[in-house]
Design a protein around this ligand. Structure first.
Ligand code: SAH
Ligand code: SF4
Length: 398
């Protein structure tokens, strides 16, 4: 499997990978229509030889069938002439990622192991609550970053997920929940968080393209207010995320001093806390009605003192951030170098932040029994050796 890392040129360790390119045919020569923007869907029909005027209408119909009705083949498309279907089937497909395994936690959380058309595994998680249902979506197979408390961070980056593999997660969840056709009310899947495997802002173009389909009123129809993208702090891409995607932002802060954040979220060596918080202050669309979420994983004797809590409050106030803090009890995994803070410590930390006027709920761990909780996602793809991770960290590239 060592060739996996050569699938896509990755300039440097952490720089965003440019991915804008024409739709690639699959191994059988057909083009997957899932994940293509509307205009591109029309263009591929024209390029395959369909007359322009007809392509305009067909593209509209096919789009509706794929995203509103959840069609998985052309056969289902009753308003498309029977005679045209073989032509479409020969050239195009409507393909979702393959489901390798589906698991259900005792608390109702569901996790799916998915496989890309070229054989890479990744995961998605659905978390049902009384008033909402949240799908936790992956953006990459693996991750270039090595946050020390994160299981995904022990994998190397295998490759970025393509738009169809990102939108496909939402479609598979809709399949499993029986939520076709798309309807505005009464859904189980109400929210999306880009908090699965990978760093979404290092796969910006694909994530953006996918989320535009998810947000399209004529597509999957989820409002941008119900979508949250979590970043470990890729500062140069945050402005574009607000301007071009416009979803809610969550930031994996996790520490308030350079020393500790450098250690646990190594991208901090490249984009430090001040720069990160300034980018948050500048985030387009953030205001008191639409706050930025600061994620803070509670690690015993690492980042969980009263002083840390007070410094967190000072920083958020200094940058006048419309903020809420999400305290995440550390979810353990085999070989993890940390332990979770005690419940009393977490409570005390939360109280200090809360008493300063900033909401600081403690996130209830979900799906721990099936390794579906935050930071537990990891597929069998190659693991980095600890020595390699340390070497990279020492070289300041992580
Ligand atoms: N790469 C993005 C999004 C994916 S991780 C990011 O880092 O923000 C989603 C959240 O889970 C992040 O805040 C991440 O720091 C947190 N997380 C990772 N490992 C964890 C663990 N073992 N326990 C609790 N939270 C964890
Ligand atoms: Fe990557 Fe996020 Fe895990 Fe860090 S926390 S290693 S950025 S997935």
């Amino acid at each position: 499997m060592s060739a996996d890392t050569n699938l896509m040129p990755i300039p440097g360790q952490v720089d965003p990978v440019p991915v804008a390119r024409a739709p690639q045919p699959m191994a059988d020569g057909r083009i997957n229509l899932v994940g293509l923007p509307k205009e591109v869907l029309r263009t591929v029909l024209i390029e395959a030889g369909m007359a322009e005027k007809q392509a305009k209408l067909r593209a509209k119909q096919i789009w509706h069938w794929i995203y509103n009705r959840g069609a998985t083949d052309f056969e289902a498309m009753t308003d498309i002439a029977k005679a045209q279907k073989p032509w479409l089937e020969e050239r195009f497909t409507i393909r979702r990622p393959d489901v390798v395994e589906a698991q259900v936690s005792t608390d109702g959380t569901r996790k799916w192991l998915l496989r890309t058309h070229d054989g890479h595994d990744y995961e998605m998680v659905f978390i049902p609550d009384a008033d909402r249902g949240t799908l936790c979506v992956s953006s990459q197979v693996g991750c270039t970053l090595n946050c020390r408390f994160c299981h995904t961070g022990t994998m190397r980056l295998v490759r970025n997920l393509e738009p169809n593999e990102i939108v496909g997660q939402v479609m598979l969840a809709r399949d499993a929940l029986g939520e076709w056709p798309s309807r505005p009310e009464g859904r189980m899947l109400t929210n999306i968080v880009m908090m699965g495997m990978g760093e979404p802002l290092y796969n910006f173009d694909n994530v953006s393209q996918a989320l535009h389909i998810v947000m399209d009123g004529d597509g999957l129809g989820l409002s941008k207010r119900r979508i949250t993208l979590s970043t470990s702090g890729v500062v140069p891409m945050m402005g574009r995320c607000g301007d071009e995607i416009g979803v809610n932002l969550a930031v994996s802060l996790h520490a308030v001093t350079k020393e500790i954040r450098d250690e646990i979220v190594p991208i901090n060596k490249k984009y430090g806390i001040e720069e990160l918080l300034q980018a948050c202050a500048d985030y387009p669309g953030a205001n008191n009605a639409r706050r930025i979420t600061f994620e803070y994983v509670m690690l015993k004797d690492k980042n969980d003192t009263d002083e840390d809590a007070r410094e967190l409050v000072r920083l958020l106030k200094h940058y006048k951030l419309p903020a809420k803090v999400n305290l995440i009890p550390f979810n353990p995994w085999d070989g993890a170098p940390y332990e979770c803070s005690t419940p009393e410590r977490v409570k005390r930390f939360s109280d200090i932040v809360f008493e300063a006027g900033i909401s600081a709920p403690v996130r209830t761990p979900r799906g721990r029994d099936i390794d579906a909780a935050c930071g537990q996602l990891k597929t069998a793809a190659e693991k980095k050796s600890r020595a390699q991770i340390d070497r990279e960290a020492a070289a300041g590239q992580a």
